[in-house]
Design a protein around this ligand. Structure first.
Ligand code: ATP
Ligand code: MG
Length: 239
């Protein structure tokens, strides 16, 4: 169903990871609500699980835990494979990670939205400490773009060397990207991914009912979504 090229790339990537006896930890961050963190994390997890990579999504969106709920809905609807999602308070992350790393090769940490500057800083601090890569989905709108400078400042202040990506999400037309591209030249830590995700109803239809990923939907729009998501997945893994 998915492309051969991805399968080959994925196997190579996994073999290298096994050889180095390591894990890969991806932190999905974003201070605001509704950026696409859950949509991104859940579909990313699905791709890994699909390719038999031992992966888990740690849902630290305290108070909401949408990913954990989607996984539970999926289980209740008897859809296989099961999505390994664990809900956990952010404060328990550091302690829990070594144990999870023994069981899973890939760990996706989905951070929750932050209420104030201090909690945003703490979340990024944790992301830098624990993750190999950081992803921040962002819509091409002024309120979302306005969150970039403080995230960037925090990464600089914390001397982060962890590769960090801004993923443009819910893009209706390419010209909208200019609002994100406009700040690109100021960025020292974040890199904007070349691939962006379109604004497509199927992203909403998918998770909402029974925890299905976009890869389990049929039709033209889901096909486009699958295509762009695989491209994004490859870009983030290979960059
Ligand atoms: N590319 C997209 N196209 C259309 N709708 C999208 C897209 N990405 C996300 N959405 C929708 O936008 C809403 C917010 O997305 P999501 O729940 O993934 O964001 P979030 O950052 O996890 O938000 P929260 O902080 O509330 O947990 C959801 O209804 C989701 O279905
Ligand atoms: Mg969420």
């Amino acid at each position: 169903m998915l492309n051969q090229q991805l399968e080959t790339a994925m196997k190579k990537w996994l073999e290298a990871m096994i050889e180095s006896n390591g894990n890969f930890v991806l932190a999905v961050v974003g201070g605001k609500g509704g950026l696409g963190k859950t949509t991104f994390s859940y579909n990313f997890l699905w791709l890994l699980v699909k390719y038999n990579i031992p992966a888990v999504l740690v849902d630290c969106d305290n108070g909401q835990n949408s990913s954990a709920e989607f996984a539970a809905d999926r289980k209740a609807a008897n859809i296989l494979p099961e999505m390994p999602v664990i809900a956990m308070p952010t404060e328990q992350l550091s302690k829990a990670l070594p144990k999870l790393a023994k069981e899973f090769r890939v760990i996706i940490i989905e951070f929750g939205k932050t209420d104030n500057a201090e909690s945003a800083k703490r979340a990024l601090e944790l992301a830098i400490k624990l993750a190999d890569k950081i992803v921040m989905p962002l819509q091409p709108t002024a309120p979302d773009v306005k969150t970039i400078p403080s995230a960037e400042e925090n990464l600089i202040r914390l001397n982060s060397t962890v590769p960090a990506f801004i993923v443009p999400n819910r893009v209706k037309k390419e010209s909208q990207l200019n609002v994100i591209y406009g700040v690109r030249s100021f960025l020292k830590c974040f890199k904007v991914t070349k691939t962006y995700l379109g604004d497509r109803l199927c992203y909403q239809d998918s998770l909402g009912f029974d925890g299905r990923s976009i890869f389990e939907l049929n039709g033209t729009e889901p096909k486009k979504a699958q295509h762009e998501f695989i491209q994004l997945f490859e870009e983030i893994l290979n960059d």
